[in-house]
Design a binder for this molecule. Structure first.
Ligand SMILES: [Zn+2]
Length: 66
């Protein structure tokens, strides 16, 4: 049993689970690293951080996610 399943059994939920989230493919304009970003809706793109370059270089790719 995973930790997540164990928490669900006990009725414990992460408080951020119920907040609205946005999911999109993003890319760092500096190093071209690409990843699926899942973040609370109030987090702006300029606040997203590339693991190598830090914040300020990330844009959405516009890729449609099914
Ligand atoms: Zn980068």
């Amino acid at each position: 049993m995973t930790i997540q399943e164990n928490r669900m059994d006990k009725g414990i939920r992460n408080i951020t689970d119920s907040l609205p989230h946005r999911t999109s493919m993003v890319i760092c304009l500096k190093c071209y690293f690409r990843w699926l970003a899942i973040r609370p809706v109030q987090v702006r793109l300029d606040q997203l951080e590339c693991k190598e370059c830090g914040p300020g270089y990330v844009i959405e790719t516009g890729e449609i996610l099914e």
